[in-house]
Write a protein that binds this ligand. Structure first.
Ligand code: SF4
Ligand code: SF4
Length: 81
């Protein structure tokens, strides 16, 4: 099972520091999302094999193709303590 980053408001370019949506002008949280969701570039950029919890492990789905700057749909975030 692939575990991925959530497409929720806190990962969206329109989420502002005061927990407001810059597009809809309403308070939002990690519990919300909408059809205008756009992943923040800084989060997009961390999604590559070198930051995948499967990299170099038996559960990598493309072990022959995996390389630090590659990405596949089975990317999984590393555990954060
Ligand atoms: S409501 Fe939509 S546009 Fe606004 S922050 Fe959430 S996902 Fe982004
Ligand atoms: S190929 Fe896919 S599963 Fe393997 S390390 Fe890269 S992103 Fe992760």
């Amino acid at each position: 099972m692939a575990i991925r980053l959530a497409n929720n408001c806190t990962n969206c370019v329109n989420f502002k520091d005061d927990n407001m949506c810059a597009q809809h002008h309403i308070p939002v949280s990690a519990r919300h999302t909408c059809d205008s969701f756009t992943m923040r570039a800084d989060i997009k950029n961390i999604m590559q094999c070198s930051t995948c919890s499967r990299y170099g492990k038996s559960d990598c789905t493309h072990p022959k193709q995996a390389s630090p700057e590659m990405l596949c749909s089975d990317w999984a975030p590393e555990a954060v303590a």
